[in-house]
Design a protein around this ligand. Structure first.
Ligand code: SF4
Length: 330
């Protein structure tokens, strides 16, 4: 499969400087059945203050991108090409120690499932202090002041500092993960399915907390998930991923107001809402194998608009109506 050539992206200018730049990123998994290309030439930038949502079905490559951004991919995964630049620093060239210093201080991850991210045998304050101490931030008194401050920022009382994870609700645990992630005021926040294990009301509250702390930090944010309705509410831009490729990327209101890529249209048609009066439509078929991906457009077997050209030529992203779309219809 050919890598996608980055094309200029048309965007509003209300945000700050680019702090995250991903160019032609390619990630592979080496398996006994062959090489699976999980991310195939993905490019995007995120500015300070922006929230870019990456959305797609399981296996579309979105969580692999999150892991690559933190440089936490482990064999059998490998970065096979491309660049990731965070706050002007190219991650691929960094030593392990330099990358360790970048994590939390410059780029921080809130991973899926807070219960798995937190140490069950450590109090909340010790888990927040870990990062502060490891990065040599201030004295003990200043560190404790910062613990109280980040707990307050995520809507938790100071007493929570003395509790263990099992004494907290799911929403509180997720807030603790956010508190840890913002403790060193990173410039980029990566949230990988941050609310997947929470009920709808708590999801919304946690996302509001995310929005508030990100606004406060002025950080760039990557929000990864499969809940396109949640993305519509919280992301300022959305990238629709399919089989390791970016099918469409642009401002949220444009994409939801007028989806162009056939996959985006079907994804949006599959959202359940209280107001929906039309029949709910699923997307027929399954994504292609990432090991033997067919030639042409990876969506062609499921696409109602597929034509002859789609079977032989991979569509590259091109600017259409203030966004990028990878589809031969445009
Ligand atoms: Fe459908 Fe062809 Fe567009 Fe792919 S390139 S989404 S198959 S119309």
């Amino acid at each position: 499969m050919s890598a996608i050539t980055p094309a200029p992206e048309h965007r509003a200018t209300a945000f700050g400087a680019d702090v995250l730049h991903v160019e032609d990123l390619r990630v592979e998994y080496v398996t006994s059945a062959g090489i699976a290309t999980a991310v195939d030439g993905v490019s995007f930038t995120v500015r300070a203050g922006e929230r870019l949502g990456l959305v797609g079905e399981s296996g579309s490559g979105k969580s692999t991108i999150a892991t690559a951004l933190m440089r936490l991919l482990r064999p059998p995964a490998r970065v096979a090409g491309g660049r990731i630049v965070v706050d002007g620093v190219e991650l691929q060239g960094l030593s392990d120690e330099a990358m360790r210093r970048m994590r939390l201080a410059t780029i921080a991850l809130v991973a899926q499932g807070a219960i798995n991210s937190l140490n069950p045998s450590a109090r909340v304050e010790d888990q927040i202090l870990d990062g502060l101490v490891d990065h040599g931030r201030a004295g003990r008194r200043e560190q404790r002041r910062r613990v109280a401050e980040v707990l307050r920022q995520v809507g938790l009382r100071p007493e929570v500092a003395r509790l263990f994870p099992h004494q907290l609700s799911g929403g509180m645990r997720q807030r603790v993960c956010i508190a840890i992630a913002i403790s060193l005021r990173p410039k980029v926040l990566v949230a990988d399915e941050p609310t997947s294990a929470l009920d709808v009301v708590v999801q919304h509250q946690v996302m509001e907390t995310f929005r508030a702390v990100q606004d406060d930090l002025g950080a760039a944010m990557i929000l990864i998930g499969h809940d396109i309705g949640l993305m519509a509410q919280f992301a300022t831009r959305v990238g629709i991923m399919y089989a390791g490729l970016l099918a469409e990327i642009g401002e949220t209101r444009k994409i939801f107001g007028n989806p162009l890529h056939p996959y985006t249209r079907l994804l949006i048609a599959s959202i359940t809402t209280m107001e929906r009066k039309t029949e709910l439509k699923g997307i027929p078929g399954l994504p292609p194998s990432l090991i033997d991906r067919p030639t042409g457009c990876p969506f062609r077997d499921r696409c109602p608009f597929a034509m002859e050209r789609c079977a032989v030529e991979e569509p590259l992203p091109r600017p259409v109506d203030d966004r990028l779309v990878a589809c031969h219809l445009y």
